[in-house]
Design a protein around this ligand. Sequence first.
Ligand code: NAD
Length: 251
Amino acid sequence: MTTTDLEGLTALVTGGASGIGLAVASLLAERGARVAVLDLDPASLKEPLRGFTADVSDDTSVRAAVDAAAAVLGGIDILVNNAGIGAIGSIEDNPDEQWHRVLDVNLLGVVRATRAALPYLRRSAHASVVNLGSIVTTTGLPQRALYSASKGAVLSLTLAMAADHVREGIRVNCVNPGTVDTPWVGRLLEAAPDPAAERAALSARQPIGRLITAEEVAAAIVYLASPAAASVTGTALAVDGGMAGLRLRSG
Ligand code: NAD
């Protein structure tokens, strides 16, 4: 089946109540999948998306939400590990507690949700996991030490999981977005001394000259999750406006 039609499939998106996760959940549903969202606060979600409250840093809540979602959906074919938090600074700027917190959500959150979903994925004929990496996995950006370490680990984990589960028919891939226009980036811009100047600087940093949209990232994730990508596993797809691959000279 070389199609991005997801009719008859089921999908679970972590952190799907906002930004990229919400765009992914919406597009998965638009393509015909039955979709559940696992989030700290899923109250704002609208039909046909079904929300389940869980914190990916808490194993018990993740297991309960994954089992409840699978029961309602009738299984899990697609898992999108999108929940994540940011951290600004060099290695001198964040105390150990903050390192533990960000790694607990960004890295161990992927482990917990995938571990809980594996029994369902094993029963699927189209099992696929897509993890949210970042441009920072392949490009050194200043003031992102902790966040980069967490997302670099997600990229390595993606490759390891792809190797471990390929013979079970479970594909595992990663998407590396550049700077995406989401509520998260909106909060960063609001905190800047000059939000408009900061937005212009972030846009100029990407060779296409603008921020990426959440819908553009969602389209890449849905492709990787779909039967059209049946032979694609253990790869990272950059959706970054050329940021990692192109080295343009100004002028
Ligand atoms: P966002 O803040 O708009 O949305 C994140 C969602 O995750 C929210 O709904 C939030 O409630 C949920 N969440 C956070 N912590 C959680 C937890 N512990 N348990 C369950 N849910 C939790 O963020 P976004 O910009 O859409 O980013 C989504 C993902 O994309 C993240 O993994 C982020 O690292 C990655 N990413 C974002 C960008 C960007 O520029 N926005 C770039 C590269 C990668």
